[in-house]
Design a protein around this ligand. Structure first.
Ligand SMILES: [Zn+2]
Length: 400
């Protein structure tokens, strides 16, 4: 008896398998919680971010949780991953040229960058990486990955660092998880979790088609308030992501379609399957849009503004051409009355100090001399401002 399955039957079986697995994957692939759509509507203030043209550098800590050696990812892969996200967020990714020109027109340099912390919460020198050997298998699938006493690693101060956990999520299709801005997450959980198989950039531990480190780019989008490009409901063209410059989309994209790729919601130029907030293969993701940038900046100035508030730790920025230290500037007091003292350790790029009001209007600018520098504030009314100086943007409160 011939037990081989005829080719035609096999392809039908494979198609069904694909549909079942595909459906499961699209339900499971990314566990970012959906926040309320209205949050974006209410808080959208593109005016501010359009005016400020100062890239901010935010310190991150990467917590490696390993149960097997392969999960103990090398420092070079961690740095390659941070570099990948920084390229993607600054539109410096080499494959941006593959973006169709119609979509290049709305693509954005987000002007948010990430750097490994060089100081830990206790003030000790650090490489911005913690390593925890855990006895808990597949700890990423448990609710304990962010708790040291449960075999995970407790967060560094969530208001000063972006916490990124890298852990085993078993054979699941989950690439990662992120908490939304303003989400009521359990204390210490705020941050991003990435499946170790998808953390790095072409590391030997990584699995196609998500081997280029774009899972973190995607989850960072969620961390700063972005929804998926198709909204959160499949098969519903009314479900949207709150961005006018991302076309309506029926549901997630898998694989790597060719342009144009129309669906039932958008014809002609088709959907923006190369947007980082879709599910396409890593090799096909190339861009964020201007509206997505505005949403991310809105959260950075609102729910996530604590990341700008503090005189947080210095951090190391590296990319393929240069390595430099983004030294933070400190100023005090804050809130302030008549003036502030600014201390900084070295000149980087621009010696201009700028102060913006809450609407993004530049209200004060000066060239700064040697540190410490005293700045009189008596010309400014009481209120909330943003002080921009040397890769940093910090909230400044002036009171009577
Ligand atoms: Zn997602």
């Amino acid at each position: 008896m011939d037990t081989r399955i005829p080719v035609k039957s096999l392809s039908v079986i494979l198609m069904f398998l694909y549909m079942i697995l595909g459906f499961w994957a699209q339900a499971q692939k990314c566990l970012a919680n959906s926040a309320n759509d209205s949050i974006i509507e209410e808080n959208a203030n593109p005016k501010f971010s359009a005016k400020i043209r100062q890239t901010v550098y935010l310190p991150v800590v990467v917590h490696i949780l390993h149960n097997e050696n392969i999960q103990n990812i090398s420092e070079s892969q961690i740095k390659a991953q941070i570099e990948r996200v920084n390229e993607d967020f600054s539109k410096l990714n080499a494959d941006f040229v593959n973006t169709p020109s119609i979509f290049q027109q709305v693509a954005a340099d987000v002007e948010i960058q990430f750097c490994l912390a060089t100081v830990d919460p206790q003030g000790n020198t650090s490489n911005g990486i913690t390593r925890t050997e855990t006895s808990v298998p597949e700890i990423g699938l448990t609710e304990f990955y962010y708790l040291t006493n449960k075999g995970g690693k407790s967060a560094w101060d969530n208001e000063k660092y972006i916490n990124i956990w890298v852990a085993d999520l078993g054979d699941s299709e989950i690439l990662g998880f992120a908490t939304f801005p303003g989400e009521a997450a359990p204390e210490g959980k705020d941050g991003v979790l990435i499946n170790y198989r998808y953390f790095g950039n072409q590391g030997s531990h990584m699995e196609a088609p998500h081997e280029l480190g774009r899972a973190l780019t995607h989850e960072m989008g969620h961390y700063f308030g972005l929804f998926h490009t198709w909204g959160e409901l499949n098969d519903d063209c009314n479900s949207d992501d709150g961005c006018e410059d991302t076309p309506l989309q029926d549901g997630p994209t898998f694989g790597c379609p060719s342009f144009p790729n129309p669906d039932i919601c958008t014809q002609n130029n088709g959907i923006m399957f190369m947007n980082y907030m879709d599910y396409s293969d890593d090799a096909c993701l190339t861009m964020f849009t201007q509206d997505q940038k505005d949403i991310m900046w809105t959260s950075l100035q609102d729910e996530r503004s604590v990341l700008l508030d503090q005189s947080h730790s210095s951090c190391t920025v590296s990319n393929s051409s240069t390595t430099f230290i983004a030294k933070n500037c400190h100023f005090f007091p804050n809130p302030a009355t008549t003036g502030i003292t600014i201390i900084y350790s070295q000149f980087l790029k621009d010696q201009s100090l700028k102060i913006y009001d809450v609407t993004g209007d530049l209200v004060f600018k000066t060239d700064v001399g040697s540190s410490p520098y005293y700045l009189q504030l008596h010309d400014l009314e009481t209120g909330i401002y943003y002080l921009s100086f040397q890769y940093e943007l910090k909230k400044l409160v002036i009171i009577d």
